[in-house]
Design a binder for this molecule. Structure first.
Ligand code: NAD
Length: 294
């Protein structure tokens, strides 16, 4: 068996899962993704095959020694259970964000991965986008006075995707990656269930005691968009020129990172920093939910 080749499966054939299959079938060459060998997919539906890839039952995947790793692309509410089962079966896991829908579950899963000596990779394509890279360059070295990040989008089923601070973890991750340690000072949620409207408002302080606000607003017909307004001692950042098109797709970039981890090519400090950021964001999401519940 070639130690540099990894048998993988994709679990959940929705938007993300279909992209994963496409990217796994067409790895960038040369790239670490070439070491991922797609063996099949798992779905609750009976699909038989998808893009020429065969369906395998979950039980068979868990027992099959040729399967080294799983891409978990199911609804958020299923992540915790799926990730746990694959780790327990001794498989590496790449899971679409968020890792889990509670802080306790996320910490437990990370401990389990470490006990099993397996890679637990949480996809964070929002940090790989050209838009974010541009914003990060723009913000770098500036002293924050205050800032707001306002996301809008269509309604999301909370049963399947979790409380908005979890389903919106991509926005929270932006703020943490841009401004470092944050402390939640308040959070409220306004909901009109009959019209499918929800608006989460969370307020934070940075380590330098500068205020940040995150708004996650969803309603039918609301355009998917992100607006930001960051004031710095040196001026304001609220628009950026249209970002250049990424030469490598976001899921492919993420898949390369996962493959590099499997190949042992990602430095320990980088892995530790990623783990810290992911768990910190989930802790913040949990705190925000608690504020909203009170
Ligand atoms: P989706 O609704 O299109 O797909 C989810 C799929 O998972 C569905 O086909 C569903 O039937 C299947 N599923 C649910 N439970 C299952 C189970 N127990 N076993 C097998 N299949 C199961 O949603 P999506 O947009 O593909 O999102 C999936 C995940 O990817 C979410 O966690 C989301 O946060 C993440 N994600 C999506 C995108 C994107 O661009 N769509 C980007 C980043 C992250």
């Amino acid at each position: 068996m070639d130690k540099n080749m990894f048998g993988v499966v994709v679990v959940g054939i929705g938007i993300a899962g279909s992209v994963r299959i496409r990217e796994l079938l067409n790895p960038l060459k040369p790239s670490p993704s070439e070491s991922l060998n797609l063996l099949g997919f798992v779905s609750r539906r009976s699909l038989d095959e998808f893009s020429g890839v065969k369906q395998i039952s979950l039980e068979e995947v868990l027992q099959n020694n040729e399967v080294d790793a799983a891409f978990v692309c199911t609804d958020n509410q299923n992540h915790q259970e799926s990730v746990r089962r694959f780790l327990e079966a001794g498989k590496h896991v790449a899971v679409e964000y968020p890792l889990a829908l509670s802080a306790d579950a996320a910490h437990d899963l990370w401990r389990l991965a470490e006990q099993k000596g397996k890679v637990l990779h949480v996809e964070h394509i929002e940090l790989l986008s050209e838009e974010f890279k541009q914003l990060k360059r723009e913000v770098s070295g500036k002293k924050l006075v205050e800032g707001v990040l306002h996301f809008t989008g269509g309604p999301l089923d909370e049963q399947r995707f979790g409380f908005p601070s979890f389903s919106g973890i991509a926005r929270l991750t932006w703020l943490v990656d841009l401004f470092g340690e944050l402390t939640v000072t308040s959070a409220t949620i306004e909901e009109q269930k009959e019209v499918n409207y929800s608006k989460l408002t969370a307020r934070f302080l940075t380590a330098e005691n500068r205020p940040l606000t995150w708004i996650e607003e969803r309603a039918p017909g609301l355009k998917r968009d992100k607006k930001f307004h960051f004031s710095f001692t040196s001026g304001t950042v609220d628009t950026l020129p249209p970002p250049p098109r990424a030469s490598v797709g976001l899921f492919m970039q993420d898949q390369n990172l996962f493959a590099k981890k499997l190949l042992g090519q990602v430095p320990q400090e980088e892995m530790a920093a990623e783990k810290k950021r992911i768990l910190k964001c989930i802790d913040l999401a949990e705190e925000i939910r608690k504020y909203c519940e009170h």
